[in-house]
Design a protein around this ligand. Structure first.
Ligand code: FMN
Length: 358
């Protein structure tokens, strides 16, 4: 099996096994966090992907950091997403929405009432967050009270109801990259002594409650989950990721979710890879992501290591990535300076092959 062969995921038939990875581009309008028409162009340009996973989308007003982050908690935001999805569908594409909450990676300077961000425990992330006064160290968050947690699960549910109303084909739970759900999963950021901390079962509880709420809204075959066991950048860590993610995979298998999306860079040494073990526990589609090219993606698929491969940076710079794979063309280089800032430049002006040829 190769990247250009058709597949099945989320109850959908895909013309290829190329997934557009979720990519936050910080181009939504402020202060409403509604998408602008240029996002219609951006996503439609990439509609030849087998599956698009949207940029991480905030589920609540308590999740704000850099300006321009897209959200899906208000009616206006739903209305602004609708033309994006319609246009992707008209172009023959499929699109899931990635839902997330920043937790301790938010910043009080941008939160309503300058409220302190919250997290499972009062432990700051390592690193800096962009604020109006320039980059600042991540704040020490306040620890969530036990009785606040159902409200957060409800925020995810409400967001998924909105995703459905906007027309998305499904949702992806962002349990990766050190955001709120990941902060619950890993024991360095989760030092709770109640039902949401301590054992692997307890640390996974918040994720699984969110997954169950979204299944309620969309059905299990329309809910995917993204995890990043190797990400440790901002002080997120766990002494035994193999056991933690094995438990998560077993629970997702029991629920029959749409897919498991595993960030496991192709550069991770074979002995440290979790994909083989997780694949035995979770038998639904596995998406692998992290530094793949057409060649390494084909290798991973042919060796049966994954069912789909997601591409991030390559999709930023190459709207017609699938066509480039088909003809064996080279790639436009992504420009990191415009990843999270700017308007159309570095967003919808990367040339497709036909434009280059003309
Ligand atoms: C500009 C940028 C924005 C990103 N935004 C998100 C995001 O919103 N959600 C997420 O799960 N990962 C996000 N990522 C990570 C990518 O989805 C992907 O895991 C990463 O780029 C590695 O894949 P690649 O080597 O193919 O680029 C982002 C990466 C980049 C470069």
């Amino acid at each position: 099996m190769k990247v250009l062969e058709s597949g099945r995921i989320g109850g959908l038939t895909t013309p290829n096994r190329v997934v557009m990875a979720p990519l936050g581009r910080a181009r939504a309008q402020e202060p409403t966090r509604e998408q602008l028409p240029r996002a219609v162009t951006y996503y439609t340009q990439r509609a030849t992907a087998g599956l698009i996973v949207s940029e991480a989308t905030h589920v609540s007003t308590s999740s704000v950091s850099r300006p321009g982050g897209a959200a899906i908690h208000s009616r206006g935001q739903v209305a602004a997403w609708q033309p994006i999805i319609e246009s992707v569908h008209e172009a023959g594409g499929r699109i899931f929405q990635q839902l997330f909450h920043l937790g301790r990676k938010a910043h009080q300077s941008r939160l309503p009432g300058q409220a302190l961000p919250f997290a499972p425990s009062a432990i700051a992330a390592i690193g800096t967050v962009p604020t109006p006064a320039g980059p600042q160290p991540f704040p020490v968050p306040r620890a969530l009270a036990l009785d606040e947690i159902p409200g957060l699960v409800a925020d995810f549910r409400h967001a998924a109801v909105n995703s459905k109303a906007a027309g998305f084909d499904g949702v992806e739970v962002h349990a990766a990259n050190g955001y709120l759900i990941d902060q619950f999963l890993r024991n360095r950021s989760n030092q709770r002594s109640d039902a949401y901390g301590g054992s692997i079962e307890n640390r996974s509880r918040f994720l699984l409650e969110v997954v169950d709420a979204l299944i309620d809204v969309f059905g299990a075959d329309k809910v995917g989950v993204r995890v990043s066991p190797h990400a440790r950048g901002d002080g997120i860590d766990d002494p035994d990721p193999a056991s933690l993610y094995a438990y998560v995979a077993t629970q997702l298998q029991a629920r029959g979710v749409a897919y498991l999306h595993l960030i496991e860079p192709d550069a991770v040494p074979v002995a440290e890879r979790l994909a083989p073990a997780l694949r035995r526990l979770f038998t639904g589609p596995l998406i692998l992501c992290g530094g793949f090219t057409r060649e390494s993606a084909n290798r991973a698929l042919e060796e049966g290591r994954a069912d789909f491969i997601a591409f991030g940076a390559l999709f930023i710079a190459n709207p017609d990535l699938v066509e480039r794979f088909r003809v064996g063309a080279g790639y436009n280089e992504p420009d990191p300076a415009t990843f999270y800032v700017g308007d159309d430049a570095g967003y919808i002006d990367y040339p497709a092959l036909v434009a280059q040829a003309a």
